[in-house]
Design a protein around this ligand. Structure first.
Ligand code: SF4
Length: 288
């Protein structure tokens, strides 16, 4: 395995959230009764390879399976390094053609990490689906795990292709190092909306002080703390899971401590493939 040196920074304590989420652990090999093989229900919602379609107005394109860090809790753990990390040329073209004819208003460029591919390929994908799909969302952890990836050239290219939204993924304030703050600032300064999606993870950020600090730091950095995801039950990530009742209690304590702009929506992406919904009574009503 390899990790970006910059991501680990000064992390040496084994309980550091960066080490806990990035280093493989033997427990991952032990099956858990709560494991769900397709935890967010993508397999039945994939009209062709590298495409997921859960909603009529959105289309999810998986541009690669590669990432800068392979997060141990990730629901796409089965995508992690190996054969077939990128679409073939035929698959790539079919994916873009599907997006063009999809009728979607938003294309979510994901993976893997869409910033694990070269700028030229990323920009070509965006240009190929415009103007049919007007809004582009780049879902990337690179500004956190490899902030040097947010180059002047990348930012200028995204800015020139507005409207492009960038959704980043940080789980803990220790990930918000100086280089990460600068990378996020470069995006925001270019007028690119930046939102964060965090995952609630046992032993990493399942305490209210950490969640308060994370939300408040993100608001200071002009990044909206959009979602707090309930952890998905992917095989191998059982050690990171919290219960919905634990999560709801934490979010209630967070609500009492932060302003509305600093309060993420606590959501779950259920295995039935119907897409994210709020955790709690409101979410349960929709779950039927
Ligand atoms: S960067 Fe994102 S897609 Fe890649 S392993 Fe981490 S959570 Fe999963």
């Amino acid at each position: 395995m390899r990790l970006p040196r910059g991501y680990l920074g000064d992390a040496t304590d084994p309980s550091d959230p960066r080490l806990l989420t990035a280093l493989p652990a033997p427990e991952e090999l032990v099956a858990d009764a709560g494991d769900v093989p397709d935890p967010v229900g993508e397999q039945g919602r994939s009209p062709l390879p590298w495409v997921v379609r859960k909603h009529p107005d959105r289309v999810l394109l998986l541009l690669t399976k590669r990432c800068h860090v392979y997060c141990r809790y990730c629901f796409r753990r089965d995508h992690q390094p190996g054969e077939g990390e990128d679409p073939s040329e035929t698959e790539w073209n079919a994916m873009l053609e599907y997006a063009r004819g999809s009728g979607a208003r938003e294309a979510i460029l994901s993976g893997g990490d869409p910033l694990a591919i070269p700028d030229a390929r990323l920009f070509a994908a965006i240009d190929a689906i415009r103007p049919d799909v007007p809004v582009i969302r780049v879902h990337t952890r690179a500004p956190i795990t490899a902030p040097e990836r947010v180059t002047t050239r990348l930012v200028a290219g995204l800015r020139a292709r507005a409207p492009v939204w960038v959704l980043v993924h940080t789980n803990h304030p220790k990930e918000l190092t100086g280089p990460v703050e600068s990378a996020l600032g470069r995006l925001v300064d270019a007028g690119i909306p930046v939102l964060n999606q965090a995952v609630l993870l046992r032993g990493v950020n399942d305490d209210v002080e950490t969640l308060v600090e994370l939300s408040q730091r993100l608001v200071e950095l002009r990044v909206y703390p959009y979602y707090l995801h309930h952890p998905d039950a992917a095989p191998g990530n059982a050690a990171f899971r919290v219960s919905e009742s634990e999560g709801m209690a934490l979010v209630e304590r967070l609500r009492a401590r932060v302003s509305g702009v600093a309060l993420p929506q606590y959501v779950v992406d259920p295995p039935d493939g119907t897409g994210k919904r709020p955790v709690g009574a409101y979410g349960a009503a929709f779950r039927g």
